[in-house]
Ligand binder design. Sequence first.
Ligand code: ATP
Ligand code: MG
Length: 356
Amino acid sequence: MVIKSIELAGYRNYDFLNMQFDRGTNILYGDNAQGKTNILEAIFMAATTKSHRGSKDREIVNFDREEAHIRTFLEKEGVETRVDMHLRKSKSKGIAIDGQKIKKAADLLGLCNVVFFSPEDLGIIKNGPVERRRFVDMELCQLDSFYLYNLNHYNKIVNQRNKLLKDMYMNPSLKETLGIWDMQLVSFGSKIIERRKLFAEQLNDIIYDIHRKLSGDRENLVIHYEPDVEIEDFEQKLRQSQEKDIRSKMTSTGPHRDDFSFMIENVDIRRYGSQGQQRTAALSLKLSEIELVKKITKDNPILLLDDVLSELDSNRQNYLLNSIGDIQTIITCTGLEEFVNHRFEINRVYRVSEGT
Ligand code: ATP
Ligand code: MG
């Protein structure tokens, strides 16, 4: 899939924008706070219905407007698709594909896959489990609509169960209803655990070779899924931690506490890796994500690189740029100097300045 063009109206600092993309490499450069990331965010939003930075629709709509519009034209094998998205400050968003309104946001997923790569991703290994789960969820939600469905339900149930635990303090008889929530927690949670387990396996099939090359044939990287609880123990562990949960008014068990570890020769590099090792592993992870999307969807994702080149040394820059191949890529940066030392084809360059 490639994105041919995007139109924005009332989106963040864009009053109106109409921009055409090349199917190769596109560069958006400009000073800070001019609107480069906003364009990548809009593309990500048009593909996934969500902001990569987790912003709410009302934060995205221009300060002085009530609504924002995104229109993208996509193309796959000569067939063009138009996606319209309508964001409002006070209501949920409206989406149409080729003029046909869709009922659920999830119906958009799968049409266009994007891989977003920002400097924060380089900290994915050394940061906390929240970021690692976010990475996994962001990818799986795009690739698997059942996962999205299960995750949405699971999160809702965790919230409702937590609310119940709080209310129980004033109304102890509510304890009898806890079992109903636990059953649902296990039912949706187990599906999440299963899919994450498979995801780790799928990534391991790819990341090993990529990381060996990136590390100059020196390191063997393996990802381990660390579920907070195994499916078969889930029910029992929930029951065992019931009193603790009531005291802390929080659900302490389940995939919302999962993590993933990254091992090089049995050393956990989350804790013991050097900075360079952690960043190289993070780069391997993002490159594996691209390969996995290709493998599963049998299509190229659109690659969005937000200011990430300046964060890499020239070897890793080279590796990243060389592995792009024929994937449509949109790169943001503050200056063009970064590209001077690379033999790398650039097809289109835009300067972004104050929302134009
Ligand atoms: P950097 O190089 O620092 O990453 P950038 O070009 O990527 O900068 P963006 O993050 O795309 O910058 O845009 C930031 C600009 O958008 C800021 O000036 C910010 O005030 C503005 N902005 C963000 N949200 C809104 C909004 N809802 N309405 C209007 N302007 C907004
Ligand atoms: Mg930016």
